[in-house]
Design a protein around this ligand. Sequence first.
Ligand code: SF4
Length: 371
Amino acid sequence: MVSQEIHERPGGSLYVGSIPRGCVLCEHGSKMVLFTTGLCDASCFYCPLSSEKAHRDIVFADEMPVDNDEDILYEAEAIGAEGAGLSGGDPLCVLSRTLHYIQLLKDHFGSDFHLHLYTAQSDASSKTIQSLADAGLDEIRFHPQGPDWSGIEAALRTNMTVGIEIPVLPDHDDSIKRTVVRADELGLAFVNLNELEASETNFQRLRSRGYHLRDMSSASIAGSAETAVRVLRWWSDHGGISLHYCSSRYKDTVQMRNRLWRRLQHTQREFEEADDDEPLLILGVVRAHHGERAELETLKRVYRVLAEEFEVPRELMNLDLQHERVEVAPWVLDEIADVLQERLPEPRALEIGIAYEYPTRDRLQVRFDPL
Ligand code: SF4
């Protein structure tokens, strides 16, 4: 055995060997997360799925609920995706849908569009595994639920890259090492170790087993990172299969942030500005006060006032029915705010301000500066 160097990545992530292709694209923020279903046959006590998703047969592309194939293609275009990770739940619980999505994405974006899939079914049948390879899946990651690895062995007989992806339970060094050794002996390409994270749904279950948060500023579970580091050090002395530890800080500060920057660049409209430091869009807004609703007729009148009395060009504003507001270029609204206040059809019912929002489908607003 040849010893291998431990490489550091931002946010405390580490690896020996090389990084799986699916993870490289994730780091660029160019991998769409395609949540194929909330259904899953496993029942991991640490399952982080939210109550809106767990056990529900629903589909999301990143944060966007999916009604049809066009929604998936739209989101992939919106982040300039170079690939997608199919997850859940377990995509194999809805196999025909999963096969359809693999073909859809390969047909639309071409064979280089990289697809990886995560499943708990390490005992999946050869027929199931072969159908994924035939549809065009590039990489499959198993989260084994028991000693039967027949599905993993079947995957090794295809042209897919095969890996293991598991959460790091604190102080479970021995069982993780056994998994790494078995994966290495079978000839898998990689083992991914994910830092264990708390969520609103798994927190009580984790606490009842004695786990607790590392600190109040993150969702990381204390001891998970240390366990991963010990396993990496041990494996670096052995050599062999690539081992990759992905920290929750890395997911938040690198992967997520990069994806938001990409989405901002691909979806920014002519009347929006981009923040210099954060992936935030800045726009002027006329809307009802917080917690209240604006009548469509009122918003239409605001739009007319802006167009006819203030001669705001149509390409610098928008009537947003979904968010019940009129959007205006912030540099324009800033200039006319005082006079506009007096000209609003229902001045007491409306407020004017500059909004700072993430470029996600739901446009999460993080700041509103009244004018
Ligand atoms: S395999 Fe994944 S989705 Fe299924 S129960 Fe376990 S953690 Fe949750």
